[in-house]
Unconditional design. Structure first.
Length: 227
């Protein structure tokens, strides 16, 4: 059916996004007997055991189909977030996305601790919140410092101004973030609590052109994409 199936061949074998459920027919179930079972919890355990810093995976050699490797799901998640597959993010002004050369998984135990503490505080106060992933493009020479120290709201605006107020700026559209850097982009996890952040130009599905947060404990770097 015309315009109801989207084919993607960006990484590895073709994958398909089908818009009409009437074109999908379940046919077989395959039950696997794996000697080595890898669960989400084992992947999380491995990640917690990694040293602080960026753990980089070159997509030209990394096997995205080897799910015996616990890091495979993490790398695939970063790619899927970028492409908008898992969030069904609408395209931003029909802009194309450059191909990713490598994916970095970010480990920062102190940043993680502060983020979880802040989330616990809001839960105790019974504040409504949501967690979203958003993008922050920057120059390659800034990556190491951001991974180590997180973004600093007190230094916000030194490079690009503070048109929508003081704070760190993110976008839910990677295409928009490319205005601020073409070689490297970080994917952050954001804790959004009413009256604690600013929305800029949300689209019809709620995806914001920009999100501005003033507290560093309410965001943490998760991945680095290298182009």
């Amino acid at each position: 059916k015309k315009n109801s199936v989207i084919e993607s061949k960006r990484h590895g074998p073709a994958s398909y996004f089908v818009l009409d459920s009437n074109q999908i027919l379940p046919t077989y179930i395959v039950h696997l007997n794996c000697e080595k079972k890898v669960t989400q919890n084992s992947a999380k355990g491995l990640i917690k055991g990694l040293a602080d810093g960026e753990h980089k995976y070159d997509l030209s050699s990394f096997n995205l189909r080897d799910h015996s490797d616990p890091m495979c799901d993490e790398v695939q998640k970063a790619i899927s977030l970028y492409q908008g597959d898992c969030s069904k993010r609408p395209p931003y002004k029909q802009a194309t996305l450059p191909n990713i050369k490598s994916v970095g998984i970010v480990i920062n135990q102190e940043c993680e601790k502060q983020y979880e503490q802040k989330k616990t505080e809001f839960k105790a106060l019974k504040e409504k919140f949501e967690e979203v992933f958003a993008y922050h493009a920057t120059k390659p020479e800034n990556i190491a410092s951001i991974i180590k120290n997180n973004l600093d709201p007190d230094r916000a605006g030194l490079a690009h101004g503070i048109k929508y107020g003081l704070g760190c700026y993110f976008s839910e559209h990677p295409q928009f973030s490319f205005k601020y850097g073409q070689e490297t982009m970080l994917i952050f996890k954001l804790l959004l609590v009413e009256n604690h952040y600013t929305k800029v130009q949300p689209d019809e599905k709620g995806f914001c052109q920009q999100l501005v947060l003033q507290e560093a404990s309410m965001f943490k770097p998760q991945y680095v994409l290298h182009f």
